[in-house]
Ligand binder design. Structure first.
Ligand SMILES: [Zn+2]
Length: 187
């Protein structure tokens, strides 16, 4: 698994590529900015490693408590944090619910009317922008998960050669492990 610094470097190196492709595909400065901004945010502080005490987690500063329940409920590198789409989706819903609670409480305290209808309407009105931002988050998160998986595949390759890259190699290793565990248990 690459370190947080390596992940950061991958995110920064990939940024011009992501921005370039976004602009090439949309010809829109706004959409490109949203995709690129989402990609940076997703890669640097809104990524899969929020499920552990990581650089991404530390970057939330005094707001990092937000992610403590998330960490408590997810195993590190679980499918729910590192999986494609589902990881970002869950984080968006998670952060969105906390922001919604804060908005409702804040509006009450400040005596401002808060309307779910208005919020829904503007999300719908700007659905293109919302999608661009989500795409950016997802690309940032995926650059992370892909380098995690790539990194551990490379480590297996160094240890076991090509065998380590085959799915059967992994299963065999697991079987051997549980057998030896049982054997030591008997003794
Ligand atoms: Zn990770």
């Amino acid at each position: 698994m690459p370190s947080g610094r390596t992940h950061d470097r991958i995110t920064l190196y990939a940024l011009p590529v992501v921005a370039g492709v976004a602009f090439w595909q949309t010809r829109s400065g706004n959409i490109t900015l949203l995709v690129a901004g989402g990609f940076l945010f997703g890669g640097l502080m809104f990524g899969p490693d929020l499920d552990i005490y990581s650089l991404q987690f530390q970057r939330w500063g005094f707001l990092r408590w937000i992610w403590l329940p998330y960490q408590k409920s997810l195993r590190h590198r679980s499918f729910l944090s590192h999986g494609p789409i589902i990881g970002t989706m869950l984080r968006v819903v998670y952060l969105g619910s906390i922001l919604a609670i804060l908005a409702v409480v804040g509006a009450k305290l400040a005596n401002i009317a808060f309307s779910w209808g208005d919020l829904g309407r503007s999300l719908f009105l700007y659905s293109g922008e919302v999608f661009a931002l989500f795409l950016g988050f997802e690309l940032g998160a995926m650059s992370h998960s892909l380098s995690d998986w790539g990194g551990s595949a490379y480590k297996r390759f160094q240890k076991q050669g090509v065998q380590g890259l085959l799915p059967s190699g992994k299963i065999k290793k697991r079987k051997v492990k549980s057998r030896s565990r049982r054997a030591t248990g008997k003794r």
